[in-house]
Write a protein that binds this ligand. Sequence first.
Ligand code: NAI
Ligand code: MG
Length: 502
Amino acid sequence: MTKNADTITVAGVQLNTGLFINNEWVAGRGEPLQSIDPATEEVIATIQTATPEDVDDAVAAARNAFENTWGTNVSGQERGQLLFALADQVEQNIERLAALEVVDAGKPCAWARVDMEDTVACLRYYAGWADKIHGTTIEIDDKEKHAVARKEPIGVVAQIVPWNYPILMLAWKVGPALAAGCSIVFKAAEQTPLSTLLFAELVRAAGYPAGAFNLVNGVGAVTGDALARHMDVDKIAFTGSTATGRRIAVAAAQSNLKAVTLELGGKSPNIVFEDADVGEAAKWAAFGVFENMGQSCSAGSRVLVQAGVYDAFVAEFKRQAEAFAVGDVNDPKTFQGPQVSKLQFDKIMGYIAEGKKGARLVTGGERHGSKGYFVQPTVFADVEMGTKIADEEIFGPVASVIKFGSEEEGIKIANDTSYGLAAAVHSQNYARVQRVTRRLKAGTVWVNQYTLLSHAIPFGGYKQSGWGRELGAAGLEPYLTTKSVHHYYGGPFEWPINLSKL
Ligand code: NAI
Ligand code: MG
């Protein structure tokens, strides 16, 4: 392995393009990977990737750290201090991290900054948990026995994230894993590796022991698959498409039955009832589907509107969609930048073409400009369930507005999907809000709001939107395992055993 792999400068930030293993940069032996700026369509970086052998090296480093210098060798208090130090490092580098996400992911600069601030908050939240991870004592028989159910870190974890929120998705995974004492082999998405290269430097600067956090970039089918099949990875955490999540679950089952958590796609219903404040509902609905260029797993891409307010809502929703500033990612006023890649752009334009065949195009429906992967905020009304734009995750700035009559019908349409990540209810009627939220099959339900999450509130999916939860106290659980220790201090073992005492 060659030390000191190449460095490059992107957006004024110097980056090492190699793999980060044992707190050192090493050369990746895989095919180099080009990263593109989706606003200009130009290649901005070529980075190194990990072969399955490189993945073995990274897992070995993580294992060595876990057994000897990290894991249960380090107290919760120290783990907390390290994680606070890492959050400080991120905070000091917000501008540089955000600049990288602007050019690599196409995020408008103001929104890239918001992601970084959320990242710092998320890391600090989990730093606070590190010394509050307690097991339980279970009294069985106060004269003979009690048990202690210890909470221990689960071990070496692989973490694979997508490209829509590169560093924020990292924080959701790395925060609880490091708080728990797990060691990590991390893979960023091939479209957006750059900010994670800088993050690795910050891990080292924060003072983590070598091997606690390792970074292996690469494409899913090679590097990701090697992680999912690895025999010495104890747990894999994944965010991305349902198709890839399914592959990862199969790879885990076919290898060492590693624990799996999956944060997958959605086709989330945003339900507007006749008793809603229609103006407010339209604002949240527009934000809910167009935020991050529609590239959010929880995007409210099905807007279900009750007949009595349907026309008024569609008019207001159109006005909101047309008010968003699309274009220059370096202008702080810009709301919407380009889609992340040509592949995603083409896929979205394909869905728009499908939509035009059956539904009513209210606004948008075309490429924005002629350079970069920009798509106009697009609203289709009178969309029928059973059509592609009503059923499939588009992952772009495309809303499907669907009309419903009764409350019962609204709930039925909302739940008529294989996904179950998020939903929202807009209504001023308290009893209705209670009735409907209870019946929605979704891991997150907003009432009179949309999109806004908090690191303190669990997030995850019902049905094919995933397994497990991230964020909040629930987000720590997948990184912990329980060891029940039975303490016996009764009399001598007597044979034959008195069966009535068992
Ligand atoms: P993807 O799910 O294939 O990629 C996400 C991550 O998984 C990347 O890091 C990728 O390298 C990795 N990966 C891919 N194949 C793998 C494998 N066999 N084993 C292990 N890791 C693997 O998503 P992709 O192709 O970028 O986007 C396709 C669609 O997925 C989007 O159009 C969107 O509908 C959905 N998606 C959903 C996201 C979410 O937040 N739920 C995020 C990104 C995409
Ligand atoms: Mg890129």
